[in-house]
Design a protein around this ligand. Structure first.
Ligand code: ADP
Length: 219
């Protein structure tokens, strides 16, 4: 049997997580204190309950502790998000992912035992800022506070050249992990002799300082 997930808070974020998990073929239990949200998800979830997740007794009754992974997707109400995370860890849920709305929230969630914390608004903000300042930027992903991965349209001066002739790693301090061709063909771990063509996308990984320098040069 596949992993079982419970999503607590079926707002925009929790709803999107829920629909994606379902489309990936997983079992999802949904919980929201708002009856309207529960009605909205009843047609697609076989287990969806109207309940307040800060009530430990109710969480136990619903069998939440038997879930492999809980996602706390409560947005505005910090107290409910923190208390829910604490209760989930207390009743023995192995893995809890919680959504933080700011750094203080993150620190408290860590303190009460969240295993994984996500910052969708902050991360999307970072990504959008990179995309709007560089017309060639397709995707920006922060891998750690020091490293990131970007997908960029290959600068025209690269076209027709090989990674070796560009002296890519030495010159830009970052590595090309993959080249996506115009026809969507993906060359993973390209060789030094692979050519870059017009319209290719480069997937580049590197230190933030090097990636920023690269973006500034070719934005
Ligand atoms: P988003 O920005 O993702 O839409 P919201 O704050 O609008 O976030 O949605 C969070 C959801 O979490 C809402 O549907 C709300 O009813 C639900 N929620 C908030 N507090 C609790 C709680 N204590 N128990 C269960 N659900 C809750």
């Amino acid at each position: 049997m596949g992993k079982q997930y419970v999503v607590i808070g079926l707002g925009r974020f929790g709803g999107s997580v829920t629909r994606t998990l379902l489309s990936l073929g997983y079992d999802v239990m949904g919980i929201d204190k708002d009856e309207k949200r529960v009605q909205e998800y009843a047609p697609i979830l076989s287990h969806v309950y109207q309940a307040d997740s800060t009530d430990e007794g109710v969480m136990r009754e619903l069998g939440v502790r038997n879930m492999d992974h809980a996602i706390v997707a409560i947005g505005e109400n910090l107290q409910a998000s923190i208390l829910t995370t604490l209760i989930l860890k207390d009743i023995g849920v192995k893995f809890v992912t919680a959504k933080a709305t700011n750094d203080y929230h993150q620190r408290v969630l860590e303190g009460v035992g969240a295993d994984h914390i996500v910052h969708p608004e902050r991360d999307t903000g970072v990504r959008v800022a990179h995309q709007v300042t560089s017309k060639n930027m397709i995707e920006y992903l922060e891998l750690s506070p020091q490293h990131s991965l970007v997908e960029m349209i290959a600068p025209p001066i690269f076209c027709g050249k090989t990674l070796k002739s560009l002296d890519f790693r030495a010159k830009y301090g970052c590595s090309v992990m993959a080249i996506r061709r115009r026809d969507n063909d993906l060359v993973v771990s390209p060789h030094a002799d692979d050519h870059i063509f017009e319209g290719d996308m480069l997937v580049i990984i590197g230190k933030n300082s090097d990636i920023t320098r690269f973006e500034r040069t070719f934005a």
